[in-house]
Design a binder for this molecule. Structure first.
Ligand SMILES: [Zn+2]
Length: 191
């Protein structure tokens, strides 16, 4: 990625550690990838079945049950790299608590690997992964990030506030807007 952003670097590191660590075609791989790709909660990812997933224009849209029609969008690039497809999800779910525990353990293991690989010292866990995904959305969507309300609902402002900023997304620090405009090219200052 040619944008200099420590948060995107962290997300890339986390994502590549996840791809290295998670067994191919496993349930935990699919669930953790939905978490990092869709900015989902653990409760959401462990409730999704094949019938909740829809391929649309190279995206994969996942509609977690009980979320009022809100959805988790996986981008075409993410879908291509991860090779996720609706058939990766089960037809039904039985033990959500057990699946959630497996996802939490996997996130902790990936966090440890990221610490070892990068020396990054930061809070880990699911909320950090969601924050990094939201930061990536800020890069991707910029001023249009509000469209994600269809995906994340009323939680969106809180999620974006937790996403962190970097020079590339810090639009409110545009100094040109802060320089007072002069009425003429040369104004004599009084005292
Ligand atoms: Zn950034």
């Amino acid at each position: 990625m040619d944008i200099d952003c420590p948060l995107l670097d962290e997300l890339d590191a986390w994502f590549s550690c996840a791809l290295d660590l998670l067994p191919p075609h496993s349930a935990v791989r699919r669930d953790v990838l939905l978490l990092v790709g869709g900015g989902a909660t653990v409760e959401e990812v462990v409730s999704v079945t094949a019938g909740d997933c829809e391929a649309f224009l190279d995206h994969l849209i996942v509609f977690p049950p009980d979320s009022d029609g809100r959805s988790l969008p996986l981008t075409p690039a993410f879908v291509e790299v991860t090779e996720l497809e609706p058939g990766a999800w089960p037809l039904s779910r039985d033990d959500a608590a057990a699946a959630a525990a497996v996802v939490e353990e996997a996130v902790a293991a990936i966090d440890r690997e990221v610490f070892l690989a990068t020396g990054l010292s930061r809070p880990g866990g699911v909320e950090r992964v969601r924050a990094l995904r939201m930061h990536a959305w800020l890069h991707e969507l910029g001023a249009h990030v509000g469209v994600l309300e269809a995906n994340y609902g009323p939680d969106l402002p809180r999620l974006l506030a937790a996403a962190g900023t970097c020079p590339a997304v810090r639009r409110d620090r545009d100094v040109e807007n802060l320089v007072p405009a002069q009425r003429t090219t040369r104004v004599a200052a009084v005292a």
